[in-house]
Design a protein around this ligand. Structure first.
Ligand SMILES: Cc1cc2nc3c(=O)[nH]c(=O)nc-3n(C[C@H](O)[C@H](O)[C@H](O)COP(=O)(O)O)c2cc1C
Length: 205
């Protein structure tokens, strides 16, 4: 999915700042005689109008900057996941539900995901509601428990007339909820925390 120009600029600005921080952190590890472990990471997302794709792309970029090998895939197009150490799964929320393809992905791979480090996120609240954490739908919560994943992190989403899909979405996007509320620095911080957590540090003599 192609990012809009504004998304690209926001992501680029965010990445430039993060780039500098990531390089400093890596340099710091090196000067202390330690090396960071590279992990294979899969970021899976389910979207209707593209906002969650942008978030997944930003997460992937941040993890790459942390030195990891990352693939970012739409939930409908994911191949075998055996080669990945870490899987991050995110979905847009509609009517308090995850997109069915994200739920199908979790269900289909539940056993393999149990053996991997898994993080979940969802993208939903916009405008005045943007800071309201959203509960995981019951089905997703049940799957998360089976997998052993912590509850999904909520990221603010986007609902705008130009990108809204469907009659209801276009109608709501005319009102006071309409906004691109995605918080790129918060998203990058979250990805950066994961990046650090999965980089097992090896001490060299
Ligand atoms: C009809 C409709 C229902 C929505 N329901 C919810 C909801 O239950 N909870 C929520 O947090 N956001 C809800 N949203 C906001 C979307 O989740 C938000 O716009 C999201 O970022 C869209 O992601 P996408 O562009 O990846 O599809 C809804 C939006 C629409 C148009």
């Amino acid at each position: 999915m192609r990012l809009r120009r504004r998304d690209q600029l926001a992501t680029a600005g965010m990445l430039e700042m993060r780039d500098r921080r990531a390089h400093l952190a890596v340099a710091d590890e090196r000067t202390q005689g330690r090396s960071l472990m590279t992990r294979k990471v899969l970021v899976v997302y389910a979207t209707k109008a593209g906002a969650t794709a942008g978030i997944a792309t930003a997460i992937g970029a941040e993890l790459r900057r942390g030195g990891h090998e990352v693939d970012v895939c739409e939930a409908t197009g994911v191949g075998p996941i055996a080669k990945y150490d870490v899987v991050i799964v995110g979905s847009a929320i509609y009517m308090r539900r995850w997109r069915p393809e994200a739920v199908d992905f979790l269900r289909k791979h539940v056993h393999e995901l149990r053996d991997r480090q898994v993080w979940l996120f969802h993208s939903g609240p916009v405008g005045p509601d943007k800071d309201q954490a959203q509960a995981m739908p019951r089905k997703v919560a049940r799957l998360a428990r089976k997998i052993g994943a912590t509850p999904a992190t909520t990221f603010a989403g986007r609902l705008e007339p130009e990108t809204a899909k469907g009659f209801l979405a276009k109608h709501i996007a005319q009102g006071n909820l309409a906004a691109d509320s995605r918080e790129w620095l918060r998203i990058a911080d979250w990805a950066n925390d994961i990046s650090s957590a999965i980089s097992a540090v090896e001490h060299t003599p």
